[in-house]
Design a protein around this ligand. Structure first.
Ligand code: ACO
Length: 348
């Protein structure tokens, strides 16, 4: 049985920087409010027409593939995590396969929001362990800016999110004790509607407080209506306090689970790379685990929350800055909509 290792990692963020002050041109907000609540100073937004979730993923993938000393032609499976796909269907996996000139390999799209990259890594790990694939490209990419409400009505959500992409190539290793030691995935749908984008969707608003009025016709017409854009129900919804409360419990819990499984303790962690949900959440987790400042990597200040892209962007940036060395114990952890959460422990 093989172990899998991250052979290469890369990331891409768009050029357009929007500071908190820039957002005051669109909504009633302040730099002070945003920094105090989230730690975010600025974020990147993709070019409205020239950049897509797939195109950003490709830029990140090219770097990861080069660093893994392989080629796009040698990739034998794709796992693409995003909540902001280019099309409702098909998913971004096949678009990436086409644009990168890869062979007719399998392309799996997954929708686990902020936990997307950790879920994707876990799936890739299983495929490598069984020997089914040898060169898996795992990507997380988001173009949030196309679907946020940049008016004052949407400010509690919009200021948090940014665009970007991260990618990793997983390969087998025979070095004992190296690579991905274990992954741990969880979900609890009890609060599925507390962080969600309901439309377009097939529920018709069933079970939701503000069920929309649909056109009076026998079939169809229930995808998205102009009224939804007017009343804001077409935009993402977040109960921020519910997210905060659950995240600060589940992050330490799932990190503890990974450590226990490997008979390790928080003191053994060389670098924790948490999903960049909110700086306050990361600081809470750091305190709970008793980790020193240099053991936790945060870059939400520069990029905001990039959902499925946040863990690979942070991991790639940490690696580029020399914060991850051979033999280090790296812990990835994520929590997000669903709710879903997960962790991965890696001996680099
Ligand atoms: N600028 C200025 N004022 C704002 C803004 C803004 N961008 N957004 C909301 N406000 C106002 C509200 O309208 C409200 O005003 P009111 O008191 O007059 O009604 C006031 O600020 C307080 O609003 P709350 O929503 O109660 O603010 P809270 O202190 O809960 O902070 C926040 C909101 C930052 C979202 C917080 O709940 C939080 O950090 N939650 C965690 C959610 C999170 O981090 N999500 C990340 C994405 S999900 C994930 O990755 C897991």
């Amino acid at each position: 049985m093989f172990q899998s290792k991250i052979a290469g990692i890369g990331h891409y963020v768009p050029k357009n920087v929007y500071t908190n002050n820039d957002l005051t041109r669109f909504m009633d907000t302040t730099d002070e409010w945003i920094q105090e609540r989230t730690g975010i100073k600025e974020r990147r937004y993709a070019d409205r027409l020239e950049e897509t979730t797939t195109s950003m993923a490709i830029e990140a993938a090219k770097i990861a593939i080069e660093r893994a000393k392989t080629t796009a032609k040698d990739i034998d499976f794709i796992i693409f995590a995003t909540l902001s796909p280019d099309y409702y269907f098909p998913g971004c996996g096949v678009l990436l396969q086409r644009e990168m000139g890869m062979g007719e390999i399998g392309a799996l799209d997954i929708r686990n929001q902020c936990s997307g990259f950790v879920y994707a890594l876990s799936i890739a790990d299983q495929f490598i362990k069984t020997g089914m694939y040898k060169n898996i490209l795992v990507v997380g990419s988001e173009k949030h800016s196309f679907a946020l409400d940049f008016s004052t009505r949407g400010r509690a959500v919009s200021v948090i999110f940014g665009d970007g992409a991260g990618a990793a190539v997983l390969q087998p290793t025979t070095e004992t004790g190296k690579g991905i030691l274990s992954t741990h995935l969880h979900s609890d749908g009890a609060d599925a509607e507390k962080l969600a984008m309901y439309y377009p969707g097939a529920s018709g608003g069933k079970g939701l407080e503000n069920r929309p009025e649909w056109p009076d016709q026998e079939l169809g017409g229930m995808f998205v209506t102009p009224k939804m854009l007017e009343d804001g129900s077409a935009f993402p919804y977040m109960d921020g306090q519910a997210v905060f409360k659950k995240a600060v419990v589940k992050f330490p819990e799932v990190i503890g689970e990974a450590l226990a499984k490997n008979e390790l303790t928080p003191a053994d962690i060389d670098l924790l790379v948490p999903h960049q949900a909110n700086l306050r959440i990361s600081q809470f987790v750091q305190k709970t685990l008793g980790l020193a400042d240099d053991k936790v990597f945060n870059n939400i200040q520069k990029y905001g929350n990039t959902t499925a892209a946040s863990v690979p962007i942070a991991l790639s940036e940490a690696w580029e800055e020399g914060r991850i060395k051979e033999g280090d114990l790296v812990c990835l952890a994520a929590f997000g909509a669903g709710f879903t959460w997960g962790s991965a422990l890696i001996r680099w």
